[in-house]
Structure formats: structure tokens, C-alpha cells
Design a protein around this ligand. Structure first.
Ligand SMILES: C[S@@+](CC[C@H](N)C(=O)[O-])C[C@H]1O[C@@H](n2cnc3c(N)ncnc32)[C@H](O)[C@@H]1O
Length: 264
């Protein structure tokens, strides 16, 4: 793999993993050396910081970045707050700071929900543990891939799912099929998913990529991408779910928040 992988592929993988990338992840994914992985991360960060400093003169762009993630978080909280399910379990990806979970507790009440917080990156996991212990949060932390839980959870186990992945749809396509076919979320529950607003060939979901790619004719950030995502989720969700909103925002990249409600 080391000989065939291109710099562009590695750079795209880094961009899709955002600031959670590590050299180890790149080595695992592409089988490249530690040196190659690190130099790609450095090149990515150098380019990003030069883009950022070029944008410093534009207050609008800078603010938009910061506010948009927070705007997406507030939307997630609003959907859960307005749902009929204000108690029970929430499956989530809190990251080290547990921002959404804390804000949700503030809005809905500290003891309403019990959170199951997954994190697959060891360092982030320990930082998340510190936040949970320091702030005495009702979050049960699990070190591992949330995919394991999504694939095996029993029907109606969760009230809501906060899947703030910020990843590419292809990498989680199989989990989405398990989640919605398995009805692991109760009726009235909300699934909140954040994804990169692009459809490209990552992971092994070639079949899904090929199906969706037929619907995307122009650039990756065009309307067709959103349409292809809608088609994917409509197919996977069936009649038990409704796609409530697809909110486009710009964080460090173009993102979408997909809001799906279980209606029966
Ligand atoms: C975008 S961050 C979450 C941000 C957080 N919700 C916030 O509002 O700041 C996603 C986190 O989930 C972790 N993650 C992503 N996919 C995962 C998976 N399949 N299983 C476990 N952890 C995952 C990443 O390592 C990262 O720490």
C-alpha cells in the first residue's frame, strides 16, 4: 500500500479526520512509515495555518468558523429539548471537553439523561475522563469504536444519539444501516449526525460510494452532494424515520448536520 498511496489521498484522510489525526492513524490506514505520516501531518498543518493567517483580515470568515460549530451544537440541543423524550440514555461522542453534553444538561436538567460516551483515541479518552471526573458528569466513558455499540445495541435502547462524527459518510455507512434497521433509538428519539459535506471514496463502502457518486455530477460541494446524502438516508431509514433537517455549516471544512427523528 505504501507504494501506491498518493499524497492527495493521505491529505484528504487528514482533512476528513480534522484535528483528531495522529501519525498512528495514518500508519494504520495506509501502511506508511511513521516519518511519512508525520511529514504529511506537518504539511497539512502548515498549509492550514497559512490559509488561516491569510484569512485573518476577514473577520467575517473567522467568526463564521467559530460560530458555525456552536450553531450546530445549539441546533442539536434544541432538537433534543423539544422532543418528547427528556429522559433515558444518550449514545454520544463527547470528545475531551463534553461541550454538547454539558450544555444539554444545563438546558434539560443534569439528571435527566444518562450518557454513554465513546472515544476511540486513547489520549482523547483520558482527557475526556478528566473532564467527566472534574465536572462530575453523568457520562459513562467507553474506550473503543462506537460502531461496536451501534451494531449490537438492542431495540429501543437509546432516547437519542449524538453522533458528532465530523467524518465522511462512507466510513460509517454500514453503521447507519445497523442503527436504523435495528431501531436502537426509541420512537420520538432524535439522531444527530455530523458529516463532511463531500462524498468520496474512503474505506470499503465502494458500493454505496458508487451509488451516491452517480448522483454527484459537479464539484464535491454542490447541491448534488446533499441530494445524494438525502437519497442514502431515505433508503436506509425506511418508513420509520423522518429526515427533519440537513443543516450546512462551515467549521474547519464544509460540514452537514443531519437530523433524523424516529416517528414510528
Ligand atoms: C468531532 S469530535 C466531537 C466533538 C464534540 N461533540 C464537540 O461538540 O466538541 C468527534 C470525536 O469522536 C471520536 N470518534 C470519531 N469517530 C469515532 C468512532 N467511530 N468511535 C469512537 N470515537 C470516535 C473522535 O476521535 C473525536 O474525539
Amino acid at each position: 500500500m505504501e507504494n501506491t498511496v498518493t499524497k492527495k489521498e493521505i491529505q484528504e484522510f487528514i482533512a476528513s479526520n480534522d484535528y483528531y489525526i495522529t501519525a498512528k492513524k495514518i500508519m494504520r490506514k495506509f501502511g506508511v512509515s511513521h516519518q511519512k505520516a508525520s511529514s504529511n501531518i506537518n504539511a497539512f498543518r502548515k498549509k492550514k495555518s497559512s490559509n488561516n493567517s491569510n484569512n485573518e483580515n476577514s473577520a467575517k470568515f473567522h467568526n463564521e468558523n467559530g460560530n458555525a460549530k456552536q450553531q450546530a451544537r445549539m441546533k442539536m440541543i434544541k432538537y433534543i429539548d423539544r422532543s418528547n423524550l427528556r429522559t433515558g440514555k444518550i449514545l454520544t461522542l463527547p470528545f475531551s471537553k463534553c461541550i454538547i453534553e454539558k450544555e444539554l444538561m444545563y438546558v434539560v436538567g443534569k439528571n435527566n439523561f444518562e450518557f454513554i460516551g465513546y472515544e476511540r483515541d486513547k489520549e482523547t479518552y483520558w482527557d475526556m475522563m478528566k473532564t467527566i471526573l472534574n465536572d462530575k458528569l453523568p457520562i459513562y466513558p467507553v474506550l473503543g469504536d462506537i460502531s461496536e455499540e451501534i451494531q449490537t445495541a438492542y431495540e429501543d435502547k437509546y432516547s437519542h444519539l449524538i453522533l458528532d462524527y465530523c467524518c465522511q459518510l462512507n466510513t460509517i455507512a454500514d453503521d447507519m444501516i445497523s442503527l436504523f434497521n435495528g431501531n436502537i433509538m426509541k420512537v420520538g428519539g432524535i439522531a444527530l449526525l455530523t458529516l463532511n459535506k463531500r462524498i468520496c471514496k474512503v474505506g470499503n463502502a465502494d458500493k454505496i460510494y458508487n451509488q451516491m457518486n452517480q448522483l454527484v455530477k459537479r464539484d464535491e460541494n454542490e447541491l448534488e452532494t446533499i441530494h445524494a446524502m438525502k437519497v442514502f438516508f431515505s433508503k436506509v431509514c425506511g418508513f420509520n424515520y423522518s429526515i427533519e433537517e440537513i443543516f450546512e455549516y462551515h467549521d474547519t471544512a464544509s460540514m452537514v448536520l443531519i437530523v433524523i427523528k424516529r416517528i414510528r
